[in-house]
Each structure stands twice: as C-alpha cells, then as structure tokens.
Design a protein around this ligand. Structure first.
Ligand code: FES
Length: 162
C-alpha cells in the first residue's frame, strides 16, 4: 500500500496511544482514508497484520461505518448537504449543477478525474443553507450560480496544474 511516509509515522505513533493494538483500528482507517481518499481492499490485510487481528475484523469496521469509502474519489471532493434545511433551500439543485458542470453523477469520479460529488448529512451550518464542503472548505448559501462559480474555480485550478 502506497502511504506517505508521514502517514506511516502517524500510524506507528497512534498505535502507542492504545492499551491494546486492536483499539487503533478506527484511527488507522481514518489516517489511511485521509492519505489515499478511500480504504483500498489491501488495507484490510495491512491493518490486520499491523494490529495482530484478522482482516475480517477490519472489513467489519469498514463496512459498518458509512464514512469509510471503499472506492477511490476524484482529486477534489464536493460534499453537498441534503438534510432538511439545505434540501428546502435548494441543495438538490446545487448538487445537480455540480453534476452538470463536471459531467458526472453523485458518487462517481468525473471523467477528467477532477471531482467526486456526494451527498452528505447536516454539516452543522443550517442557517446558511444550502451548504457545500469542498475538501476541507465550507461554502455557504451555495445556490446554482455559486455552484457554477465554485466549479469554475476548480476547473481553473486544474488547468493551472496541467
Ligand atoms: S441541514 Fe445542511 S447544514 Fe444542516
């Protein structure tokens, strides 16, 4: 598994925080997802060997918690809130605009590999609905026009990179 050296260092360190190694399963999964964007299948065996447990124990945790992704995502992760306030204020239209802008569908990687658009539950900013999280940045009152503007910014950043 191709983890960054700093992730490997954090993994070794975090294991020392727990009285039994197996208790570090969740933190290790978070660190791996933070590094790779998802939990590849090979991570089950890798973590199991590290924590001296069975791969099935890791698999059970990965499949129990919905926050763990089992598929890769695009370079940028667009999360659109679909809980009540955001839904009422147009969150579904916002999401549809991102899908249109990147020629993709919720949960899939866009054809250019640039984004994955997903619905998420309440992002704790209901007063400024509809709310969108792009990577670690929260964007408020994201109507269709603002979704277009944010999409353009993502496209421009991608163009600069290439
Ligand atoms: S309902 Fe969307 S942030 Fe709370």
């Amino acid at each position: 598994m191709n983890l960054k050296p700093e992730t490997l260092q954090r993994i070794d360190e975090v294991i020392t925080h727990y009285p039994t190694k197996r208790s570090a399963t969740l933190p290790l999964l978070h660190l791996i997802q933070e590094d790779l964007g998802y939990i590849p299948h090979e991570a089950h065996e890798w973590i199991a060997a590290k924590l001296e447990i069975e791969p099935i124990n890791v698999y059970d945790v990965v499949t129990f918690y919905p926050m763990f992704r089992q598929k890769p995502i695009g370079r940028r992760h667009i999360k659109v809130c679909r809980t009540l306030s955001c839904a009422l204020m147009g969150g579904y239209k916002t999401c549809a605009e991102f899908e249109k802008q990147f020629n993709t569908h919720v949960g899939e990687i866009s054809p250019d590999g640039e984004v994955t658009v997903e619905f998420v539950e309440c992002l704790a900013s209901c007063g400024t609905a509809p709310v969108v999280l792009i990577d670690d940045d929260l964007h408020e009152k994201v109507d269709v026009a603002k979704a277009q503007q944010l999409s353009n910014e993502i496209k421009q950043a991608a163009a600069k990179r290439s």
